[in-house]
Write a protein that binds this ligand. Structure first.
Ligand SMILES: [Fe+2]
Length: 190
């Protein structure tokens, strides 16, 4: 379920919550945050490789690349693997990478093909938590303070869009705010 939950940044009290994609789009657009819903041209399953994923969304991918001047596109996938004894540790490491508040010098643009993940946008004295699921595209402009939670059991596949090969580095703010705001798992359970 796609969710937008707006919270006060000091005590995380909920100011607004919706699961309506159109409402989410119209709340985010005036803030320069781009949200869209895409549909695959052909059905995809978990076994689809990156090439098949990009083919299924080719028209939207090409349109967005032109719109945002994105030059590099790839597909990342993270699935629970209970056969792998190190999976929990790998998942924790992957989750921890961008779980603290940061900015990037270029846009952070993700389309969710499967699964879910939550972007937290810290705008003024509010936090906009956007739980994205399959079919959701979110574009966070360069310089926006944000963090990303893939949850305790990360499961997602996403198309990533980049403007520059080296542009996507986290500049961490050190604010510690992400530990005071509900996690992806908590938002979904609420
Ligand atoms: Fe980021």
């Amino acid at each position: 379920m796609t969710i937008l939950q707006i919270m006060a940044d000091d005590d995380a009290r909920v100011l607004y919550r919706t699961t309506d994609p159109e409402e989410i789009r119209s709340k985010l657009e005036p803030l320069g945050i781009w949200f869209e819903r895409w549909e695959a041209a052909v059905p995809l399953d978990d076994a689809a490789d990156g090439e098949q994923v990009l083919e299924a969304y080719q028209d939207d991918v090409e349109r967005l690349c032109k719109q945002g001047d994105y030059r590099l596109v790839d597909v990342v996938r993270m699935h629970p693997d209970d056969e792998d004894p190190e999976w929990q540790e790998k998942a924790r490491t992957a989750r921890g990478k961008f779980l603290d508040e940061h900015t990037h010098d270029e846009d952070e643009v993700r389309f969710f093909v499967e699964g879910s993940g939550c972007f937290y946008l810290h705008l003024g004295d509010q936090v906009y938590a956007v739980v994205c699921e399959a079919g959701d595209l979110l574009a966070v402009p360069a310089g926006t303070t944000h963090w990303f939670d893939m949850g305790e059991r990360p499961r997602f596949a996403a198309i990533r869009f980049f403007q520059d090969e080296d542009g996507w580095i986290g500049n961490f703010t050190g604010s510690g705010i992400s530990s005071r705001i509900p996690s992806l798992d908590e938002l979904v359970a609420a």
